[in-house]
Design a protein around this ligand. Structure first.
Ligand SMILES: [Zn+2]
Length: 110
């Protein structure tokens, strides 16, 4: 009977799927590395844009064992916004962006 072999194959398949799921699972609210189960250290990365007009503080968690860095959902969203603004700052000259920004603020204030 092939039944035994078949279930072993299925087991291997399931194991593979489970590993893939575990690897993409970024639940780091407890500050524990999902890979090594080690306590991670908090690292704050400061990034500024538009000549320092905008500063982002991204809180990351770093695992000392595997050197991987993680962010929680809130920080990841912040980082996405930072990257989007970074793209804008690279495409357009600083003066153009800030002039438009200040004009917008002036218009809204009146
Ligand atoms: Zn780790």
């Amino acid at each position: 009977m092939e039944e035994g072999n078949l279930s072993l194959e299925e087991l291997e398949k399931l194991k593979k799927i489970k590993t893939q799921v575990d690897n993409s699972f970024f639940k780091v609210t407890e500050g524990i590395c999902p890979k090594c189960n080690e306590k991670m250290i908090k690292v704050i990365e400061n990034d500024s844009l538009f000549d320092g007009a905008l500063t982002f503080h991204i809180i990351k968690l770093r695992c000392n064992k595997c050197k991987k860095e993680y962010m929680d959902l809130e920080q990841a969203e912040k980082y996405d916004m930072f990257l989007a603004l970074k793209k804008i700052s690279e495409k357009k000259p600083i003066d153009f962006v800030s002039n438009n920004l200040f004009h917008k603020i002036l218009v809204e204030a009146n």
